[in-house]
Design a protein around this ligand. Structure first.
Ligand code: LLP
Length: 447
């Protein structure tokens, strides 16, 4: 995603022989192009969903989400572990419920996320970790009451605030310090977190001192070490390096007499937005080796906080072309989704593949270079720039792919635009998991 919204690669004349989505079909098997050249989510044509529920519309494949969770479970099955899905990536309660039913735990970063998880599964508390650099006392107290598994504490001030809340509510708080390992991760600077200059965690060098203080505090129970170096990291080496440093710290802490049961290695495993990995299981297996090798022999319970890797490729944003437009030789497709619905291209220059939902069977369909833009009054409101796409007409549908993570979760009501509905597909069934907002709901708190 660090790559700018560059023109798509020339896929060569071979590609011209095939319908546009065959590659994607083979790779993920869910958003696929059938004989009619219509993009489907599982067994349902996306065009049908758009017709029924309108656009812009987020569509998710339940099977894809479950398969990706299963790939994680499988990759880590040789070590004691809990997958704590990072709720911020996509916090729809129905998706949380889907994951909870598979025994998944959760990583939350706010009182709101904690509430969502408990609504999705009221027995989830024992598998919840609470991360974040600015937890309020109210949030920490709510988490103590719920009886969550672990607080990932990020500063000395937070440690004392938590101790105070724990004493007041007479509940013991299991804690890990989130250490900042000073490891560089190749990703967008906004989502890199593991360097000294970042606001996250406590410097790994001063961690021992803080652990000593924590262990002396009543109602705080030192239980683990946590680390998270950033998001959308597609190389495994930085993970290995960070966990290596954590493993050394665990040994020191144990020598100091602390009981370290848990190591939380955070999230951050990236996905390929341009060329989806042919085999996700291989990719998770490589990641699992990087994370587990340094911990060998330590007998810790591993906590993992993947977000994007679970839900990212399982979602698409459907949008309709409102207008075709030409300005000074440049061609624009003005679509009905906008930066308020999906902000990643505007915020990070993120690349998302865009494909027509219905393709002409004729594979020689004309291509054109266009900017795909939304109706919001900002030039930053684009989904693609100078992108080569098959020609589409006003009223046609496009699917913006790999938008299951940090799509709806980052959506806003800018320009008083109601947020899209969300649909969860499983086989032949489609469920509205969030209805479309109405403009009145947006301004009624002001009346
Ligand atoms: N754990 C912690 C402590 C985190 O801060 C994050 C993400 C995760 C886990 C999950 O990371 P993942 O597995 O999803 O990479 N809005 C950005 C991504 C922000 C990520 C923030 N923290 C985007 O759209 O790319």
């Amino acid at each position: 995603m660090t790559r700018p919204s560059a023109p798509t690669k020339n896929k060569g004349p071979g590609m011209e022989q095939r319908p546009g989505f065959v590659l994607r079909e083979r790779r993920r098997g869910l958003f696929r192009c059938g004989a009619t050249s219509a993009l489907h989510c599982e067994d349902i044509p996306l065009a049908k969903l758009a017709e029924r529920y309108g656009t812009p519309l987020y569509v998710y494949s339940a099977t894809a989400i479950l398969e990706r969770l299963a790939a994680f479970e499988h990759a880590f099955d040789r070590v004691p572990h809990t997958i704590c899905y990072s709720v911020k990536a996509n916090s729809n309660i129905n998706i949380l419920r889907l994951l909870a039913r598979e025994g998944c735990g959760f990583d939350v970063v706010s009182g709101g996320e904690l509430e969502r998880v408990l609504v999705a599964d009221r027995h989830a508390a024992g598998k919840i970790v609470f991360s974040g650099v600015g937890k309020s006392r109210e949030e920490m107290t709510a988490a103590l009451k719920a009886g969550i598994l672990l607080f990932n504490v990020e500063s000395e001030s937070e440690l004392w605030a938590l101790a105070e809340c724990a004493i007041r509510s007479r509940r013991e708080a299991r804690i890990a310090l989130r250490v900042n390992p000073d490891v560089a991760a190749e990703t967008h600077p906004y989502i890199s977190t593991g360097l000294r200059k970042h606001k996250f965690g406590v410097p790994i060098r001063s961690a021992r001192e803080l652990y000593a203080k924590a262990s002396a505090a009543r109602y705080l129970k030192v239980s683990g070490v946590s680390v998270h170096i950033g998001s959308q990291i597609t190389e495994v080496a930085p993970f290995a390096e960070a966990v290596d440093r954590v493993a050394a710290l665990v040994r020191e802490l144990r020598a100091d007499g602390h009981r370290i049961d848990y190591v939380d290695t955070g999230g951050g495993l990236g996905i390929d937005y341009q060329e989806p990995a042919p085999d996700f299981s291989d990719c998770v297996a490589r990641y699992a080796r990087a994370v587990t090798n340094p911990l060998r022999g330590l007998k810790v319970h591993l906590l993992l906080e993947p977000g994007r890797a679970i839900v990212g490729p399982a979602g698409a944003l459907l949008t309709s072309v409102i207008y075709r437009k030409e300005n000074g030789g440049k061609h624009f497709l003005v679509v009905d989704a906008a930066m308020n619905d999906l902000i990643r291209p505007a915020l990070y220059g993120a690349y998302h593949e865009i494909v027509p939902v219905v393709r002409a069977k004729n594979s020689t369909a004309k291509k054109e270079t266009v900017d795909v833009v939304g109706p919001v009054c900002e030039s930053g409101d684009f989904f693609a720039r100078d992108r080569e796409l098959p020609r589409v007409e006003e009223g046609d549908l496009l699917a913006i792919l790999d938008t299951g993570a940090y799509g709806m979760a980052l959506a806003s009501n800018y320009n008083t635009r109601p947020r899209p509905a969300e649909i969860l597909v499983r086989g032949k069934s489609a469920k509205v998991i969030r209805r479309r907002e109405k403009a009145r709901e947006l301004y009624s708190p002001e009346l």
